[in-house]
Design a protein around this ligand. Sequence first.
Ligand code: ZN
Length: 216
Amino acid sequence: MPPENKLPSKPFELIAGHPALDFVNSLDDRFTSPQERLRNYDDLLRFTHQSGLLTDRQVRKLKRLTTHLDAAEADPQPQPAAVLHKAIQLREALATLTYAWIDDPAATSPDSLTFLEDTFKQAALHRRLKTENGQLLWSWKGLSQQLAAPLWLLAQSANDLLTSDAILRLRACDSNTCRWLFLDTSKNHTRRWCDMKTCGNRMKARRFQARQSQES
Ligand SMILES: [Zn+2]
């Protein structure tokens, strides 16, 4: 099918309050019947763009880069499929660590930690320190010329989250079939659902039905 006849891809549901957690949620229904939302490099670009980590201009340039990718061995760019593969590995290491924390705060996951540490270090190699208005800032080197840009940005986003106090607000949706991750920034820290309109209402309806059947 020519690309112009393809149905437009559904936007990602960004409900987590942090790109790194929305990234973990991109494997939908992960504990019941997993649905992969990142099926190709374009999906990864769309996700990173929708999360606000890549600009319109950067995405356009990266897309152009994928269509002009020379398959010659001398090409130093990684193949889009290899970038996606590494991004999925990053996402799964993040998922292992975060769900372990939620289910058992004392749990450790040495393999995931090692993988995350390596990936965070690799991402950091693409940043440089610069001065701007008398301040020192980290910035990225040639993001739109690097096919691996979405991977580095997501790794840095995860690094920022995992090493900040915000991680203390990490929660998973109370629905056992959903378990999407989010940061509970509600005033009393009582948020239980990824989205009240979907999981919250579904659970309420289920409880109501259970009560009805007990009473009848
Ligand atoms: Zn949910």
